[in-house]
Design a protein around this ligand. Structure first.
Ligand code: TXA
Ligand code: MG
Length: 340
């Protein structure tokens, strides 16, 4: 059920009082607070269990004045905003001096994004009459899989009274977090891709005329760039298509209960009672849309390991592959054991 204007007003009022509101966006659900209220921003870190010093994305209403939030806005930012906002692109710019540094984890930059989800837009247009900003990380506990349904948000936080409102806007369309592009040091470093997403490096190059550099260790710290992130509780093992059969026969031999997420056909596996399986769509859009909900479902299957068939290595799949690599980060040894 899509929230009515009454619910939107209640949520906007809660934000105004410094409370936390979970809301849908086209990428994943966000855990929002008034970006200009340092106490409210601190409450986000507390509820998520996120270490402070990790900057948050500020969500803006359509037509918001970005010059209020950022200074020295480069030409490229204007072009990218024209091309991709509202949508799943976050731009890192130099923070305007009067914006409290708490939201930026103390950095002199700020992450800005205008979401396209109608419920997010309604909330942003109502809060401070569209002139405010809502700081929002993904609405999950630190390190967990991001929520793409309101139910996921409730699963993460239960009935914690620190979360005043959860707006339900259905399943997030994109399904993985926004692309993050750092333009704050464009003069010296050029555009730098901090996190891949639906808007790819190629899409960005089409608008700016240059392929963004990949983030290196000198780039500002982004929690989505921590190696182990977006991870279910059950170990995830990423397996190349060519190694799937071998991994399955080992699992069967050892009697290890496993779940599998694959996209190419695996005739042998379908006969196995051992495996809970999900067949993923072949298009990257449909795959991303389903990814987190599927990982959560397999996580609930009560198995020892989740096997994920490695998707194609293609620029369009960078966002998906990035999230899967992080979900599987701690399990490289396990793959060796399963193959050895
Ligand atoms: O799609 C999304 O971006 C979702 C929805 C809710 O909008 N939000 C999201 O937030 O994924 P979060 O906090 O889970 O990830 C935001 C990432 C973090 O890795 C953070 O470090 C980075 O953005 N970030 C935010 N502001 C930054 C800044 N000033 N400099 C560098 N990285 C920044
Ligand atoms: Mg997150």
């Amino acid at each position: 059920m899509v929230p009515d204007s009454n619910e939107i007003h209640l949520a906007a009022d809660a934000l105004g009082k410094g409370q936390l509101v979970a809301f849908p966006t086209e990428t994943v659900y966000g855990l929002g607070a008034d970006a200009e209220n340092p106490d409210a921003v601190a409450a986000i870190y507390a509820l998520k269990g996120r270490p402070s010093g990790h900057p948050l994305i500020v969500h803006l209403a359509p037509g918001a004045d970005i010059a209020y939030w950022a200074e020295a806005i480069p030409e490229e930012a204007r072009k990218l905003i024209d091309a991709f906002w509202p949508g799943p692109l976050t731009l890192i710019l130099k923070r305007a001096a009067h914006i409290p540094s708490a939201v930026a984890g103390g950095q002199d930059t700020i992450g800005l994004r205008c979401p396209s989800h109608p419920v997010a837009q309604a909330l942003l247009l109502t809060f401070k009459a569209g002139k405010g900003g809502v700081a929002a990380p993904s609405a999950n506990l630190f390190g967990h899989v991001s929520p793409t349904l309101a139910r996921h948000v409730r699963d993460e936080f239960g009935n914690d009274t620190r979360l005043a409102v959860v707006l339900d806007g259905g399943q997030s369309e994109v399904g993985i977090e926004s692309t993050i592009l750092d333009l704050s040091r464009i003069d010296t470093h050029g555009p730098v891709l901090l996190r891949p997403g639906k808007i790819s490096a190629t899409d960005i190059a089409r608008v700016t005329g240059r392929i963004p550099a990949k983030a290196d260790s000198t780039a500002p710290r982004a929690s989505g760039t921590l190696l182990s992130h977006y991870a279910p509780d059950t170990p995830v093992v990423l397996v190349a298509t060519s190694q799937m059969a071998e991994v399955f026969s080992t699992l069967k031999k050892k009697g290890i209960p496993a779940a599998v997420m694959h996209y190419s056909s695996l005739p042998d596996v379908s006969k196995e009672h051992l495996f809970t399986r999900i067949v993923m769509p072949l298009s990257v859009e449909a795959y991303s849309h389903e990814l987190y909900a599927c990982l959560r479902r397999l996580d609930e299957a009560g198995v020892d390991v989740i096997i994920v068939e490695h998707p194609p290595e293609d620029i369009a799949w960078d966002g998906v592959n990035d999230r899967l690599r992080r979900a599987a980060h701690d399990t490289k040894d396990m793959l060796e054991k399963l193959l050895g």
